[in-house]
Write a protein that binds this ligand. Structure first.
Ligand SMILES: C[S@@+](CC[C@H](N)C(=O)[O-])C[C@H]1O[C@@H](n2cnc3c(N)ncnc32)[C@H](O)[C@@H]1O
Length: 211
């Protein structure tokens, strides 16, 4: 991926951010060496931010849309209360197999419920009020996922949406993904049901709080 900040300063920020658990470092290395499209994995800074937000909130029920090899799922699960639960989903059974192998080795893996299915169906199945949501799947569906999930988030609950700066392409959006992200960002900025702050962490994380 193209860095928003220069690579040197990204590296500095990573090195001055708390270390991830050894299993997450192993999962990251495996993903970069063995998987196709490894750049989809969250960075250490993004992962530690997800953990920290869940810890600060005392989050109990979380949902992730777009699991890939499970790095962000394990980061969220780590920050949840001991009795907390994360529902995560992906349409790829190959990615899910890799992720589940790591969840089985993790002390927080028992908190994670994997659904190998489309995100829309997963959102439909949510019956609990959500404290925390991480949206990180196909970009053209961000708006649909947000609209479907927001009513299920409690007041004061948090949504984090990844890639909201899309390597800077949101400045001059031309392709379908850039246009979808740019329209979604504008929608959130105008949405009176929430307040938000766009964080320039890695590829941009939109931190959204339901009023
Ligand atoms: C950017 S990756 C997720 C990365 C992961 N959150 C992490 O930080 O390591 C996006 C994932 O969304 C999945 N995906 C794409 N379309 C989806 C859909 N309609 N429903 C669920 N997952 C989907 C892809 O298979 C891919 O694994």
């Amino acid at each position: 991926m193209r860095f928003l900040l220069n690579e040197e300063i990204e590296g500095y920020a990573e090195r001055h951010t708390s270390g991830e658990p050894a299993l997450l470092a192993e999962l990251s290395a495996f993903t970069w060496q063995e998987m196709h499209s490894p750049q989809m994995i969250s960075s250490r800074c993004s992962g530690r931010l997800l953990t920290s937000l869940c810890q600060i909130m005392g989050a109990r029920f979380a949902l992730e849309i777009g699991m890939f090899t499970g790095y962000s799922a394990l980061s969220i699960a780590e920050g949840l209360l001991p009795e907390g639960k994360l529902i995560t989903c992906d349409i790829s059974s190959e990615f899910a197999k890799t992720a589940q192998g790591y969840f089985e080795q993790s002390p927080v893996g028992h908190k994670i419920d994997v659904r190998i299915q489309d995100a829309r169906k997963t959102i439909e199945e949510i019956t609990h009020e959500l404290d925390f949501v991480f949206i990180d799947a196909d970009k053209v569906s961000y708006q649909a996922y947000y609209s479907a999930v927001l009513p299920k988030v409690r007041r004061g609950g948090v949504l984090v949406v990844d890639n909201c700066l899309w390597s800077g392409k949101v400045l001059h959006p031309r392709d379908a993904d850039s246009l979808a992200i740019s329209e979604f960002n504008s929608f959130v900025a105008r949405d009176e049901r929430v307040s938000n702050v766009m964080l320039t962490v890695r590829d941009g994380l939109n931190l959204i709080i339901k009023k």
